[in-house]
Design a protein around this ligand. Structure first.
Ligand SMILES: [Cu+2]
Length: 210
């Protein structure tokens, strides 16, 4: 089981008219929680432009990730939180394969290429080359690979476990519901077109409304 237990915060710049009470309501969290992550804050003297810590609320969308035939042990979640100007993405994945250095003309195994792909279809298809039904990278503004809206940082395994969050301005969670997230066997070089030479597809999950 993987709970969405990322109890992180993001930086929020106070706008005119904001009160902690309104912010709590808007983000679906308790006022006490905001106060707890802003020790010493004076709730009655918020200044426009002041930066405060805002707790992450519930994710707008979640992908449950399942390993395919090349690595069935993979399981986990990717959670997408709506934050000002973009999305906070949190991955919690286990069962990744042990790292193997490049050898014999083969790319290293890990850290793992990690992307949003176009189609929300995780049918396995060819077990030797699975998850082709998810299509190529989600690339709505026709950018070179390395700057696709669906390009993510590589997943860095710690004895099989990867746990990371990052911020992106490339999309809002609503825009990617119904697409797929893929974990690849090899690293993404962010340069080779069109997919960073990230190799075979180990795991897949469809992004669904949380
Ligand atoms: Cu990919």
């Amino acid at each position: 089981m993987f709970a969405n237990n990322h109890s992180g915060t993001f930086k929020y710049q106070v706008n005119s008219g904001d009160t902690l009470y309104n912010l709590a309501q808007k983000h679906g969290i308790s006022l006490e929680y905001i106060l707890a992550v802003n020790p010493g804050i004076n709730a009655n003297k918020l200044k426009v432009g002041q930066t405060i810590n805002m707790p992450l609320s519930t994710p707008v969308a979640v992908a449950n990730i399942y390993g395919g035939p090349l690595r069935p042990q993979i399981a986990g979640t990717v959670s997408l939180y709506d934050v000002p100007n973009g999305t906070w993405v949190c991955a919690d994945i286990s069962g990744l394969p042990p790292y193997q250095p490049a050898a014999g003309g083969e790319n290293p195994i890990g850290p793992h290429g990690f992307h949003i792909h176009m189609f929300g279809n995780c049918q396995i298809g060819d077990p030797a080359d699975p998850f082709q039904a998810a299509g190529g990278h989600w690339n709505p503004s026709n950018q070179p690979h390395g700057n696709h809206a669906g390009d993510f940082p590589v997943l860095f395994s710690n004895q099989g476990r990867a746990n990371m969050c990052f911020f992106t301005v490339a999309f809002k969670p609503e825009q990617v519901i119904g697409k797929a997230i893929i974990i690849h066997q090899n690293p993404d070089d962010y340069r080779t077109q069109p997919a960073g030479d990230a190799g075979k597809r180990l795991a897949c999950g469809i992004i669904q409304r949380a």
